[in-house]
Design a protein around this ligand. Sequence first.
Ligand SMILES: CC(C)(COP(=O)(O)OP(=O)(O)OC[C@H]1O[C@@H](n2cnc3c(N)ncnc32)[C@H](O)[C@@H]1OP(=O)(O)O)[C@@H](O)C(=O)NCCC(=O)NCCS
Length: 189
Amino acid sequence: MPGYPYEFMTCVDETAGGNFISLGCCGTHVRRLCSRLCVRSTGPRNRLTRTSSMTKITYRDDRDLPFDSLVALYRANAWSSAEKGAALREAMRGSHSVITAWAQDQLVGLGNTLSDGHLVVYYPHLLVHPDFRRLGIGAEILRRLRSRYEELHMHILVADGRAIEFFEKCGFMRAGETQAMWIYSGGEH
Ligand SMILES: CC(C)(COP(=O)(O)OP(=O)(O)OC[C@H]1O[C@@H](n2cnc3c(N)ncnc32)[C@H](O)[C@@H]1OP(=O)(O)O)[C@@H](O)C(=O)NCCC(=O)NCCS
């Protein structure tokens, strides 16, 4: 997706102690400004209502996913991981959590997490099949993932430039003065 910048975004649990949080491996510190860092208690509106008038969507939390379904979803999004199907499948097996959305037997959405289980959770992948977007599926996957980590003080992700507004609606915000950095062999960003 050339030409679209990435933003480093965090979602901070306001119940966590301390006046400062540490962001990223570079040790940048950002003052916790209460009004700006509050995680919204409500997500995007009417997501389940909108979905229920369409094809019924079911959500699963198993990490052992069918190879063909995984590759088809990533291919539909033109993500390079589709060309590494075996690694992609193992990546899901090795994730801390995975939530998938299904329209009958078609995999139409997926989100996963990596976490130390105590302080930080990172959201590496969130994608919805192009034919099923704007139905509330992405927000519902993120809501289900987030609910597993309510006690953690940092929720963090690298947002595609076109998805920033989506993540803001889901309670994330730009991560202060930080800049996303990576070593990446994919070609789509
Ligand atoms: C970003 C993505 C996961 C959103 O999934 P989705 O199921 O279409 O999103 P939802 O329907 O749950 O949208 C929730 C809210 O965000 C809004 N929204 C969704 N995508 C948006 C976008 N690209 N720009 C602005 N707002 C967006 C919706 O309108 C909705 O708002 P509302 O409730 O106020 O009407 C999906 O577009 C996608 O897979 N994109 C390609 C992969 C990608 O960029 N993933 C993020 C990687 S960093």
